[in-house]
Each structure stands twice: as structure tokens, then as C-alpha cells.
Design a protein around this ligand. Structure first.
Ligand SMILES: Nc1nc2c(c(=O)[nH]1)N[C@H]1C(S)=C(S)[C@@H](COP(=O)(O)O)O[C@H]1N2
Ligand SMILES: [Mo]
Length: 310
């Protein structure tokens, strides 16, 4: 099933020595952060893969866990880390797989983690707000989970839904977007080998603010497609609604592939980004089509006008 070459590198070996030494310090920070959040982080063993962001420098643990978008816990970058501490994902977390499938199924988190060996994937994450980070995720391919339920011939899309508890989280009115947070992919996008379900990062279970206990990571699309704290996965015949598309359709399309050639109506041109988590302020660099994953994913869109089908 898994045929990643064994010569592939883990992030500790693709980052320069200085970064590696930094990483050791970050691990100390990570331990401190672990103590300060509700759920005890567990170490996760993962196999190395060839998905390693071309050896780009990995963002610090601090950046990854303190600068977040998770509107359920606040709309400023520092709030998710603070406010998600009072929430603990149910230890009996389940993911419901339903819709256009032959065998609907509800999987516990443990069952899901056992479907295939956990992999470490170092991906670029590009937010439409023009910042990006390189993050060492741990998880399994999304396709591994989707194959469990055998999509029917009518299934063309996959819809995802986040956990929502109005007592612990902002209301839709406070956040300005619809909750529960929902996202979607075309079925062939969802089955692509790069589409990933993360259960951890930096060698440990996911911090709450990063979407515990499991979240999507779609590295060639803007960050808002990478939905956090997933409870439901539904196969559909029609294109599903998505939270940001509902709030402002002209700004947030269904596809939302990273595209330096299409400006965002509020955030402006998308041809540059600030890479966070390296240095004090990060470094500005050009944004690449499909966030640098074009060679792997452009085949999915060969018949599409990428400006019109944003
Ligand atoms: N449920 C939920 N998922 C979400 C969001 C959110 O507000 N709620 N924000 C999205 C956005 S805009 C981005 S950029 C990424 C950020 O992921 P990170 O905080 O782990 O870097 O999560 C995405 N997933
Ligand atoms: Mo984002």
C-alpha cells in the first residue's frame, strides 16, 4: 500500500544544521506548550516520506501553534491558542462517513489512525491572507479513509464538517462566518495522494488550535480549505457549500487553488507571500501556482480556466 522510498528524508535531515539545533530548542518550547494546554500531547511515530517541501526551512513550533486561524475560538491570530485550552476534544472522537457510499461507516479516531502507517509530511501552507508556513504534519492520506466506504457511482464531491459546540465556541454572528465550519473537494481532488488527514504535527498529536484531533491538509489550496476538527465526511453528487464561499462567493471560490495570477478582492494581489516561522518577521517570496505543487496536481485541472474557476 505504502511505497514511499526509504531514502526519503525527515525534516530533521532536510533542514540546515542551525535550524536543526533550533528545532531542539523548539522541542523544549513544545514541552512547555504541551504543559500549558488541556490535553496532554502524545508522541507519534511516523514513517519518513518523500513529501518534504523541497528541503525548505520548517516553521518553528511556536509559530505553528501561536499564529492560527480557527474562528470558532476567535478571529485574531493569538486567540485560538488561548481559547482552545478550555476545550478538550472528546477522547471517544468519531468521524462519520456517509452519503453516496456503498458502506457507510463511523470510525473512531484510533481505528482511523490504524488504517495505514502514520506518515510525516512537510508541506507549505499558504493562507489567502498572504502568509505561509512550512509545517511537519503527521497523518494518513485522505484516500486511505475514503476507500473504507466505497463511493457509489454517483459520488462526485466530498463534504467535510467541523465539530461545533456553541457553548465553547463563538457564535456564527460573532465570527462572521457560518458554523459548523464546512468545506468540500471534488472527489478526484480528495483522492489525490497529496490530500492528507493530519492527526499530529512536530512529532506529537495535534494541538487544539491546529484542529485537534484531526484536520484536513490540502497543500495546493489556500489554507481555509484545510478544515479543522473534522466530525463528518459526506460523499455527494452536487458541489457542496463551503463556509467562506457562503460568506463572500466572489472572494472565496470552491476550488481556491493557490494562484498568483488571481487577486483577492480584499487582500489584493496574491503573487507574493510572507513566509512565517523563520526569522523575526519572516521573509517575502513569490507565490507559486498551486503553492509549488503544480507538477503533481495540475492534471486535475487541465480542462479548467483557473481564473474563472477560482
Ligand atoms: N474549522 C475551521 N477550520 C479552519 C479554519 C477555521 O476558522 N475553522 N481556518 C482555516 C484557515 S483560514 C487556515 S489558514 C488554516 C490555518 O491552519 P493552522 O492554524 O493550523 O495554521 O486552517 C483552516 N481551517
Ligand atoms: Mo487562511
Amino acid at each position: 500500500m505504502l511505497s514511499r522510498p526509504s531514502w526519503a528524508l525527515a525534516y530533521s535531515s532536510v533542514t540546515p544544521k542551525e535550524a536543526y539545533l533550533n528545532r531542539r530548542r523548539f522541542l523544549a518550547t513544545a514541552t512547555a506548550l504541551t504543559l500549558s494546554r488541556g490535553l496532554r500531547a502524545e508522541k507519534l511515530d511516523a514513517i519518513r516520506t518523500s513529501y518534504n517541501a523541497d528541503g525548505e526551512r520548517v516553521a518553528s513550533m511556536r509559530a505553528v501553534t501561536s499564529y492560527n486561524n480557527f474562528y470558532e475560538f476567535g478571529t485574531s491570530k493569538d486567540e485560538p491558542a488561548q481559547l482552545s485550552k478550555r476545550w478538550t476534544p472528546d477522547p471517544g472522537w468519531k468521524v462519520e462517513l456517509s452519503g453516496e457510499v456503498l458502506k457507510p461507516k463511523t470510525l473512531s479516531l484510533d481505528a482511523l489512525k490504524r488504517l495505514s502507517p502514520l506518515e510525516e509530511r512537510i508541506y507549505r501552507l499558504r493562507c489567502v491572507e498572504m502568509w505561509s508556513m512550512v509545517i511537519p504534519w503527521i497523518g494518513i492520506p485522505l484516500s486511505t479513509v475514503l476507500k473504507q466506504v466505497e463511493p457509489s457511482g454517483r459520488a462526485k464531491f466530498v463534504a467535510f464538517e467541523s465539530y461545533y459546540d456553541p457553548k465553547m465556541m463563538l457564535s456564527s454572528r460573532q465570527a462572521g462566518i457560518q458554523f459548523p465550519y464546512i468545506e468540500g473537494l471534488r472527489l478526484d481532488e480528495a483522492m489525490h495522494p497529496l490530500a492528507f488527514l493530519a492527526v499530529g504535527l512536530y512529532g506529537e498529536t495535534l494541538p487544539h488550535q491546529n484542529g485537534a484531533p484531526l484536520r484536513l491538509v490540502i497543500p495546493w489550496k489556500y489554507g481555509f480549505k484545510s478544515i479543522k476538527s473534522i466530525t463528518k465526511i459526506r460523499f455527494t453528487e452536487k458541489m457542496p457549500s463551503t463556509t467562506w464561499n457562503l460568506s463572500w462567493p466572489e472572494a472565496y471560490g470552491f476550488y481556491s487553488n493557490v494562484n498568483p495570477n488571481r487577486a483577492h478582492p480584499r487582500n489584493g494581489p496574491q503573487d507574493r507571500e510572507r513566509r512565517l516561522g523563520e526569522g523575526m518577521l519572516g521573509t517575502v517570496r513569490p507565490t507559486r501556482l498551486f503553492n509549488g505543487y503544480a507538477d503533481q496536481v495540475q492534471g486535475l485541472y487541465s480542462a479548467m480556466d483557473l481564473i474563472r474557476n477560482y
